[in-house]
Ligand binder design. Structure first.
Ligand SMILES: [Zn+2]
Length: 254
């Protein structure tokens, strides 16, 4: 028997009892993946409906259905044991309220850090981007605007205002880094490595970074790339060579 425990986030706390119990099983399976993957096992729960939900004939709501799909790689049976005979959650009940809150707070900070680091293009370091962002006049305005909600001095960012957030000096749009102006050229050159063409270059950029007008900048960069111009220019058409006229009927010019 394996013993693991976790407390719920504020959002998960709003789930119905059955959903919380169902999520518990998904969490446990994914957490214990190295031990249980590829072997038959029994999930013991004190919540009777889970036997049916994770059974073969279940028709759960969309949220639980997604979890059922997530558990498809595992080979398991759900067994119900009443709570009286199965002391549930001893570990999470040992954690104090504050300890739990701190843990979640810490967890979300770490996650945002992780997003920032993974959004940094490979040839740049997060520190490099952070240093450039700290002094970039446009991003200074954006950071102010994110805090006070007024985007008058950086109107180009207003449309995506609710996707923006600040981590240290870095500005993120969703899971992408908003690059300071001084690094645009470097990012374009990196994304265009291998001369991928406009579509490929844009795709490369979109995976990690963003700035207002990035697509147009990518198009301009590709159109002006010397290498691409030499390679993509079509061969000049051959000169017209008229057939010489024959001397008379039934004759051809040698
Ligand atoms: Zn090129």
């Amino acid at each position: 028997m394996l013993c693991e425990s976790e407390s719920l986030s504020d959002c998960e706390r709003k789930y119905s009892q059955t959903e919380r119990e169902a999520l518990g099983l998904v969490w446990a399976c994914e957490r214990l993946h190295p031990y249980i993957y590829g072997r038959q096992f029994t999930l013991v729960t004190d919540h009777k409906p889970l036997e049916v939900i994770y059974g073969p004939h279940s028709k759960p709501c969309a949220r639980i259905e997604r979890w059922v799909l997530r558990l498809q790689p595992y080979d398991f049976k759900v067994k119900h044991i009443p709570g009286k005979r199965n002391i549930a959650d001893p570990l999470s009940r040992l954690l104090g309220e504050t300890a739990q809150r701190e843990k979640h707070h810490h967890g979300s900070d770490e996650y945002v850090r992780f997003v920032a680091v993974s959004a940094t293009p490979k040839a740049l370091t997060t520190r490099e981007v952070e240093e450039a962002s700290a002094t970039d006049p446009e991003l200074i305005e954006v950071r102010k605007a994110i805090t006070n909600g007024r985007f008058e001095n950086c109107k180009a960012y207003a449309a995506v205002a609710n996707e923006l957030c600040v981590v240290g000096y870095l500005v993120l749009r969703g899971t992408r880094i908003v690059l300071p102006r001084s690094l645009h050229a470097q990012a374009l050159t990196l994304a265009h490595e291998g001369h991928l063409g406009i579509v490929g270059t844009k795709q490369h950029l979109r995976t990690k970074v963003w700035w207002p007008g990035m697509d147009r900048a990518a198009e301009k960069h590709c159109n002006e790339c010397h290498g691409c111009q030499i390679v993509s220019r079509p061969d000049p058409p051959e000169l017209l060579r008229p057939t010489p006229l024959p001397d008379g009927p039934w004759r051809t010019q040698p």
